[in-house]
Design a binder for this molecule. Structure first.
Ligand SMILES: [Zn+2]
Length: 169
C-alpha cells in the first residue's frame, strides 16, 4: 500500500488500529496502553497476547484472565461462552476502558484508538477534496462512520482547532 491509501479514511476501518490502544487507566486516570490486538484476527487465537498495563500506578491485566461472557445455555444445560469485542465505540475493544484520544466538541465527540488513528481522522476532516482515489466506498470505513457534522465544511476549522488543542495539552 502506498501512503496515500494507507492513511485514507475510506480504505481503513477503526479495527485497523486496535493493535495498540491508548486508554485512560481505570485506576489512576493517566494514559495507559492496551496492547496485543490483532486487526481482523480471531480473538480466540490471540487472546493470550492482549494485555493492559499502566506505568503510572502499576495496574496490569491480562485479557485471558478476564471472565468470558455467556452467549447462551444449550438444551443440555451447558453454558456456551466466549468473548465479544466491543468495536467502534470510544473504548478499547477488549476491556472496555475509555480511549485516551477523546475530544469533546460542541457537536459531539471525536475519538481514536491511538495517535495514528487520530491523524487519519484529522486528515480526513482537513482535506476538502475528500478523495477516495478510486477506492470503493466501503461499509464500515472510518469515513463512512464519521457523523455528518464531522464532514461539514463549515465545521472544518473549528474541529481542527479542537483536535490541535487536544494534541497540545
Ligand atoms: Zn494507572
Amino acid at each position: 500500500m502506498d501512503d496515500n491509501i494507507k492513511m485514507n479514511a475510506y480504505a481503513l476501518r477503526n479495527e485497523n488500529f486496535i493493535d495498540t490502544v491508548d486508554v485512560s487507566c481505570p485506576k489512576c486516570g493517566t494514559r495507559a496502553l492496551v496492547m496485543g490486538g490483532q486487526p481482523f484476527g480471531i480473538i480466540k487465537e490471540y487472546e493470550d497476547q492482549v494485555r493492559f498495563s499502566c506505568i503510572s500506578c502499576g495496574y496490569a491485566v491480562k485479557y485471558s484472565n478476564t471472565p468470558e461472557s455467556t452467549f447462551y445455555t444449550n438444551s443440555s444445560g451447558v453454558k456456551k461462552s466466549g468473548r465479544i469485542l466491543i468495536m467502534n465505540a470510544p473504548c478499547d475493544p477488549f476491556f472496555g476502558f475509555g480511549v485516551w484520544y477523546y475530544i469533546e466538541t460542541r457537536y459531539g465527540s471525536l475519538w481514536a484508538y491511538n495517535e495514528l488513528h487520530l491523524s487519519v481522522i484529522e486528515n480526513y476532516i482537513a482535506n476538502p477534496q475528500r478523495s477516495r482515489n478510486g477506492l470503493p466506498n466501503q461499509n464500515n470505513s472510518i469515513a463512512s462512520r464519521l457523523p455528518q457534522w464531522a464532514k461539514d465544511a463549515k465545521n472544518r476549522e473549528y474541529l481542527l482547532k479542537m483536535i490541535n488543542r487536544f494534541k497540545s495539552k
